[in-house]
Write a protein that binds this ligand. Structure first.
Ligand code: 13P
Length: 256
């Protein structure tokens, strides 16, 4: 059974004190634990105050937005997996398209980040997705498959059990133009098929594949109506307590 997963990627938003205020407002609106698993990924600087505000037994897990592949050393400005673990992170977003576009991340380094996360007990959420030009050129599947085979190279079946894939078409991120459920489902199916072909069907049917890109309280129900979509990676709409709560409440479906 794949439990739905809703991840809020805060990107470069909220100071540590704003994170505390957000979490308090969120907790007031959402006291009971939902069916879905919920993760928030604040900036590095807000992780500690987020963890302290959530408390030790929260049903909300903490994620980071990036990680370096080395454990420690002369890598100015970087943050390692053991540092994130000690702050209470369980998840880490790897290979987000904004990191690929603005910071020149390539599959080779993304794969090292995935491996480092696994080595240190973090569950990586590997982001993949095509640009509009690539979609229009009919290259969606080949682009996504290349990102998967690069980012997941060398992983075992056991490794894959702790990995989540997030399909985030670049053209849908922050544009208000979400992929339709049909478009997302088609890519999710090709991702699952790639996992089946490269590993096996058990691994493919167990892995969670999230959709991200202009997810809102308005379109979440339609996206989650398909059992090919195992949750959402939410940007803008996760920054407002009301809309993040509404999205989570739509994810009440139990998958079998
Ligand atoms: P938006 O929900 O703002 O489109 O962002 C999606 C995203 O990039 C999440 O990682």
């Amino acid at each position: 059974m794949r439990r739905l997963l809703i991840v809020g990627n805060w990107k470069m938003n909220k100071t540590a004190s704003e994170a505390v205020a957000f979490i308090r407002a969120f907790q007031e609106r959402m006291s009971a634990s939902p069916h879905a698993e919920v993760v928030i990924a604040p900036p590095f600087t807000a992780l500690e105050s987020a963890r302290n505000t959530l408390g030790p037994s929260s049903w909300i897990s903490l994620g980071a937005q990036d990680v370096h592949w080395e454990t420690k050393g002369a890598f100015t400005g970087e943050v390692s997996a053991p540092m994130l673990r000690e702050l209470g992170c369980r998840y880490v977003i790897v290979g987000h398209s904004e990191r690929r576009t603005f910071f020149g991340e390539r599959d080779e380094n993304i794969q090292k980040k995935v491996l480092a996360s696994l080595r240190h007990g973090l569950s990586p959420i590997l982001c993949v997705g095509e640009s509009m030009a690539e979609r229009e050129a009919g290259q969606t599947e080949s682009v996504v498959t290349a990102q998967l085979s690069g980012g997941l190279a060398g992983l075992t079946k056991q490794d894959l059990a702790t990995v989540t894939i997030a399909y985030e078409p670049i053209w849908a991120i922050g544009t208000g133009q979400s992929a339709t459920t049909e478009q997302a489902v088609a890519v999710h199916r090709s991702i699952r098929l790639f996992i089946e072909t490269s590993w096996d069907s058990k691994t493919a049917s167990a892995i969670r594949i999230l959709y991200g890109g202009s997810v809102t309280p308005k379109n979440i129900e339609s996206l989650l109506a398909s059992d090919a979509i195992d949750g959402a990676l939410v940007g803008g709409a996760c920054l407002i307590p009301e809309s993040f709560v509404t999205i989570i409440l739509f994810a009440q479906i139990q998958r079998v």
